[in-house]
Design a protein around this ligand. Structure first.
Ligand SMILES: *[C@@H]1O[C@H](CO)[C@@H](O)[C@H](O)[C@H]1NC(C)=O
Ligand SMILES: *[C@@H]1O[C@H](CO)[C@@H](O)[C@H](O)[C@H]1NC(C)=O
Ligand SMILES: *[C@@H]1O[C@H](CO)[C@@H](O)[C@H](O)[C@H]1NC(C)=O
Ligand SMILES: *[C@@H]1O[C@H](CO)[C@@H](O)[C@H](O)[C@H]1NC(C)=O
Length: 329
């Protein structure tokens, strides 16, 4: 029986063309095309070989006008194909499905026709993009985290945080998780960005305080991130109240139906405020590129409002008066 390596050796040709490496980035789990073209001719032979140093693995072979997969490495079974209708035009590109991290590495595309042979190299690099960045207030820390990333991600805060703790871990599947915590300060707006060479996502945490009287109605509004793909209003960071898509809001969860008058991305209106509605309301909005998280602390009090928003109002009034007086002067 002729071994696969011997097949390569036996192929004697008139000229040999060797070209440099091309980098190809493939997303984990998706399909990907490894490009290769050759000078079209009769009796085309194509071998795709993965070359981890010494042990060459046969990825896909084609000769005698059909695929020859007897010697194909088990890892590539059912995952490779050539564009058969394009081979006569000199296209030896390989389609690889279900890309895995083990697929990373250097591949040789060997092709020959009667007149000569060609070697072309492709460096396959796998990436798992940052899908989701979570940001939340926990005790007196703000925590930002993201999972399932490859290659190693970087994380940074805006404004810059000098006192951050950062932890990078890797799962058995080699995917990275990153987590960073910073001390929280009053009414601090922070953005956390997680990035890899393949792209980045960020999440913003904004905090404000609302105080309201028992039995009244109140509305809180979320940032308007457009175009968005989904939003979720949550209570005390975990409990989902209601979510929506660009098509409109879904109905609130059973528990929250009795408290919600209306909900949308822009506005959440709560009725008949009672003490157990005191807590943190968070609005999370996703777009293709980023996640925005805005949280509100709602304090339901009995009697008169001694609220920061009122203080804010009176401050605004003062500033307004100040401007007026300036204009008058
Ligand atoms: C080969 O054909 C495929 C499918 O039509 C195409 O996507 C690819 O770009 C072609 N590659 C080359 C090198 O021509
Ligand atoms: C390849 O596909 C065939 C038919 O779809 C299936 O029976 C076989 O189990 C698959 N082999 C592997 C290794 O996935
Ligand atoms: C608040 O208390 C009422 C009963 O007084 C209860 O029906 C409701 O589920 C509670 N709401 C929350 C958010 O805990
Ligand atoms: C929600 O969180 C606030 C502040 O942390 C707490 O005072 C309140 O008891 C929590 N409410 C519920 C229903 O867990």
């Amino acid at each position: 029986m002729i071994k696969f390596s011997q097949v390569l050796f036996l192929l004697n040709a008139v000229w040999t063309l060797t070209r440099g490496d091309a980098d190809v980035f493939c997303q984990l789990g998706q399909s990907c095309i490894l490009p290769c073209s050759f000078q079209a001719g009769d009796e085309a032979v194509i071998h795709w070989i993965q070359q981890p140093e010494l042990t060459k693995k046969q990825v896909h072979s084609f000769y005698h006008n059909k695929d020859q997969l007897d010697q194909q490495d088990a890892r590539f079974k059912n995952r490779t194909s050539l564009f058969h209708d394009q081979i006569s035009k000199g296209n030896a590109s390989l389609r690889l499905t279900g890309v895995m991290l083990e697929d990373e590495g250097r591949y040789m595309c060997y092709s020959s026709i009667l007149a000569g042979k060609e070697e072309f190299f492709v460096n396959l690099k796998v990436y798992a993009p940052v899908q989701d960045v979570n940001i939340q207030h926990l005790g007196n820390e703000i925590i930002c985290s993201s999972d399932g990333i490859y290659p190693e991600p970087a994380l940074f805060w805006t404004p810059d945080q000098t006192d951050q703790k950062i932890r990078l871990t890797q799962t058995e599947q080699k995917l990275y998780s990153i987590r960073s915590s910073v001390p929280s300060a009053d009414s601090m707006d922070v953005t956390c960005t997680v990035s890899t060479p393949a792209g980045s996502r960020r999440a913003t945490l904004e905090s404000t305080v609302h105080e309201n009287i028992l039995g009244t109605e109140t509305s809180i509004s979320c940032s308007n991130l457009t175009p968005f793909t989904m939003y979720i209003w949550r209570f005390n960071h975990s409990e989902e109240m209601v979510r929506g898509t660009p098509q409109g809001p879904h109905s609130p969860t059973e528990k929250w139906q009795q408290h919600i008058v209306e909900s949308s991305l822009e506005k959440l209106t709560l009725k008949q405020l009672q003490p157990n509605l005191t807590g943190i309301y968070t609005c999370e909005v996703w777009s293709d590129q980023e996640t925005s998280v805005k949280s509100f602390f709602l304090h339901v009090t009995e009697g008169k409002v001694r609220s920061r928003s009122m203080k804010g109002l009176s401050r605004q009034k003062l500033i307004f008066l100040f401007f007026l007086s300036q204009i008058i002067i």
